[in-house]
Design a protein around this ligand. Structure first.
Ligand code: FES
Ligand SMILES: [Fe+2]
Length: 342
């Protein structure tokens, strides 16, 4: 059902503190906390005694205590104390998960721990580069993660869903180019000599005609980075000179919770007016409002998909990028199922 041998963003780094934090990833309840030295621990979120989520519990030093009857676990998941008896039952251990912290996110690996390797974390270098500013947030969306991938790989929806901020009619008219390989797909759209929509006019600080681009890149398991921006028309942006324009990378990390719900971590990183903190938060709040518009669409879409199991999705030309992403995910799911059977 889910691609397991991947890193999934489970939270923003600032969200994991000195208290247990529970989150379901790919159907698995996980509890995380920060040790006194700042290092991270991630365990199955389930007390072996009466199965209460350990995220309801609390920390004593670096040990996690269950809220119900006080079973206590050390940083390796070993039970070190039980109530009402001498010592502890042998093998009372909770599963640990490989955990990493990079690019402002905390990541967990829910598959085979032997395969967890930080070199496999997605490349989000803009999110840690001092020349870029990155801010964002998280939405819990009641839809399958692939609906979010479809949405982000087909930005023609902006015209209808986001008319007051980033939508404009030219998006529908501009042709898209789709390329893909085994693990990623890219949709490229350029719009030439158009009026900048409100969001981009504000960032470009100009209402002059511009060239606008949207380059959406999907990579496994469910990450979409969108290179977006505008530059003064004819100033050379399509040829690679963006000096008369502004660029942002929209970061979208979809972490499946269940088959019909997703933790959607989103943000935008930019390298223009990087020292304007007010702008950073205005962009984040603007993005929150834009994505809230998507959320309403996606949840209504998921409800109808469940209501109408007799209906298949219809793929149009605009869906070419999403279709490629779905193929890549399906192939990878087949591959991992075959590997499990062997
Ligand atoms: S359920 Fe955790 S100690 Fe009893
Ligand atoms: Fe959208």
């Amino acid at each position: 059902m889910f691609l397991r041998n991947y890193w999934y963003a489970v939270a923003w780094d600032h969200e994991i503190k000195r208290s247990p934090f529970g989150r379901i990833v790919c159907g698995e309840p996980i509890v995380l906390y920060r040790q006194t030295n700042g290092a991270l621990s991630a365990f199955e979120d389930c007390c072996p005694h009466r199965l209460l989520p350990l995220s309801k519990g609390f920390l004593q030093g670096d040990q996690l205590v269950c809220k119900y009857h006080g079973l206590k676990f050390d940083q390796r998941g070993e039970c070190v104390w039980m109530p009402g008896q001498e010592g502890v039952h042998k093998d009372t251990k909770i599963r640990t998960y490989p955990v990493a912290e990079k690019h402002r996110f905390v990541w967990v690996w829910i598959g085979d721990p032997a395969l967890a390797d930080e070199a496999k974390l997605p490349d989000l270098h803009w999110c840690s580069d001092p020349a870029w500013v990155f801010e964002g947030s998280t939405y819990h969306v009641k839809c399958n993660y692939q609906l979010l991938v479809d949405n982000l790989m087909d930005l023609s929806h902006e015209t209808f869903v986001h008319p007051s901020s980033i939508g404009q009619h030219e998006i529908l008219e501009a042709p898209i180019k789709v390329t893909s390989d085994e693990r990623s797909a890219t949709v490229t759209r350029w719009m030439y000599n158009i009026d900048p929509p409100p969001f981009w006019a504000a960032n470009l600080r100009s209402f002059e005609k511009c060239d606008r681009w949207q380059i959406c890149n999907f990579s496994l398991p469910a990450n979409v980075m969108i290179d977006v921006g505008v530059a003064l028309a004819g100033s050379g942006a399509p040829q690679g000179d963006r000096s008369k324009g502004v660029t942002g990378i929209v970061v979208d990390l979809m972490t499946p919770e269940t088959e019909t719900s997703t933790w959607y971590h989103w943000g935008m990183t930019r390298n223009f007016q990087a020292d304007d903190r007010g702008l950073t938060f205005r962009i984040r709040d603007g993005q929150a409002a834009v994505f809230a518009e998507d959320l309403e669409i996606l949840e209504a879409q998921q409800e109808n998909i469940l209501r109408r199991p007799d209906r298949a999705l219809l793929d149009l030309k605009i869906d070419a990028g999403g279709v490629q992403a779905r193929r890549i995910i399906a192939r990878e799911l087949e591959r991992s199922a075959a590997a499990r059977v062997k």
